[in-house]
Design a binder for this molecule. Structure first.
Ligand code: GDP
Length: 459
């Protein structure tokens, strides 16, 4: 069976490094590695104890050529990451040593693992559920302490337990309805309807509480999408520099279809901001002086937060006014830049806008930047996040929660309209299944494959 043959992959990053680890998992992991291993005095690995290591060499099969000097560790299933017998070969780092050792492991009878296959096995073998498996990749990708903390909590099964408990309550509702339907007496049906109305309301409240965390959760995981807009020369690049200078985390270049969009990650007290650098886009355009309100609109619509930069040393023109009008129903901060110069901008045009969200800054002199950061923080974390709160960070989980909540609402309506209670049971079953998708208890195979294919090799 392909699913549970013995797999192998390099688990560490590729490149020059002190050591590399080649991970081997499956029923034959130990015998495969043992067949290419020679320890002191010719010892093999047959008698190695679980959770111990042995020093030796990897030897080319069918010759006595030494491939590399290694330390091998052994974790007997089910007490391993995959819940299968796992052997890890610590060899020298660097591309050649690593590749040669892996080749020998493959020649000796294992297969190259697919991306995420080790974690997938941990899931298929029942050691972790799907939300825990997904947390593994979040830990690897975490860009801030906060996202790391949140992913770790998910990995420990906090979300699974919460979802499990809500599912259990929904099951209670279903069971109650079914018991009543089996004894169709009018007064019983009414009593049941009253009881499960209360239950459903409280279940919906719990689901919504989790959903409320999703917005902040998404920000913690993916970063807050911030777009800086404004006409040329108002100081957008200067603002970006002022923000990035203090705390640059990661700069990624994402190749777009027609041009390169630069995303800068900065970190404000644990909130990762993914700043879309529109200045970079503009430079590659011919129509430099045209701000292109249309193009800004698209970026504005995709962003979680808009920072509109205006030059307070000039009067506003129609273009500025048009953008102001466009953003007034969105989450925005208006930055009146060049506060070190004389004010010429007429503030009365801001009448329809939220004054609290207007900040005077000088990007050049670094004035008002702290206030801006404080503002961003407050806008997105009104409540204090404590490390013990469960947070929904995964959009797949969020969608499943939304569907479950909608179905519970539908069940509630059925009861309120006095329809037969077994209609409510259909929706309740649906909600129960939706929640099961989060933990992987009810999930299609191809979706599983898709989730694990996002992992890196060796994990
Ligand atoms: P962008 O085209 O919007 O990216 O604007 P830039 O950041 O390139 O800035 C345009 C010009 O305005 C540059 O000469 C900056 O030095 C200047 N500038 C930016 N911020 C300030 C500021 O706060 N005060 C003053 N006096 N000049 C600024």
């Amino acid at each position: 069976m392909k699913e549970f043959d013995t797999i192998a992959a390099v688990a560490t990053g590729i490149g020059e490094s002190g050591i590399s680890i080649i991970r081997v998992s499956g029923e034959r992991a130990l015998s495969i590695v043992s067949s290419i291993f020679t320890g002191r005095n010719g010892r093999k690995l047959d008698d190695i104890k679980t959770y111990t290591m042995r020093y030796g060499h990897i030897i080319e099969k069918n010759s006595d050529n030494i491939i590399d000097e290694v330390i091998v560790s052994y974790m007997k299933g089910p007490k391993s990451f995959t819940a299968e017998d796992t052997v890890e070969i610590n060899c020298h780092g660097g591309v050649i040593a690593t590749k040669r050792v892996l080749e020998e492991v493959i020649k000796a009878g294992s297969r190259i693992a697919e991306p995420g296959e080790f974690t997938k096995r941990a899931f298929l073998n029942g050691r972790i559920d799907l939300s825990q498996a997904e947390a593994v990749i979040d830990i690897i990708r975490a860009k801030t302490d906060l996202s790391m903390k949140s992913a770790l909590m998910q990995a420990e099964g906090r979300i699974s337990r919460e979802i499990g408990s809500i599912r259990h309550r929904i099951l209670g509702v279903i069971a109650h309805i079914e018991a009543t339907v089996d004894f169709p007496e009018d007064d019983l049906e009414e009593a049941t309807s009253d009881k499960i109305t209360v239950d459903l309301r409280s279940i919906i409240a719990e689901l919504n509480k989790l959903l409320e965390t999703a917005n902040e959760g998404k920000i913690i995981r993916e970063g807050l999408g911030v777009v800086i807009v404004g006409k040329p020369n108002v100081g957008k690049s200067s603002l970006l520099n002022a923000l990035v200078m203090e705390n640059r985390a990661i700069v990624t270049e994402i190749p777009g279809t027609t041009r390169d969009v630069i995303e800068e990650y900065i970190n404000i007290e644990g909130i990762p901001l993914k700043i879309i650098d529109t200045a970079g886009i503009r430079e590659t355009e011919d129509i430099v002086e045209k701000i292109g309100v249309e193009r800004s609109r698209q970026k504005i619509n995709e962003a979680d937060l808009i920072m509109l930069v205006l030059d307070l040393s000039r009067e506003l023109d129609n273009e500025d006014l048009e953008i102001l009008d466009y953003i007034k129903d969105k989450k925005y901060i208006i930055l009146l830049n060049k506060a070190d110069l004389d004010l010429r901008l007429k503030l009365d045009v801001m009448k329809g806008l939220d004054k609290d969200n207007v900040i005077e800054i000088s990007a050049l002199k670094g004035r008002g930047i702290d206030e801006l950061k404080e503002k961003i923080k407050n806008m997105f974390f009104r409540g204090q996040i404590t490390s013990s709160d469960i947070m929904i960070t995964n959009s797949r989980h969020k969608e499943a929660l939304l569907r479950a909540s909608e179905k519970c609402e539908a069940a509630l309506r059925t009861l309120e309209e006095g329809l037969s209670i077994d209609f409510a049971s259909i929706d309740a079953r649906g909600a129960w299944a939706d929640l099961g998708e989060i933990t992987g208890e009810t999930l299609e195979e191809d979706l599983l494959d898709k989730i694990f294919s996002e992992f890196c090799i060796g994990k």
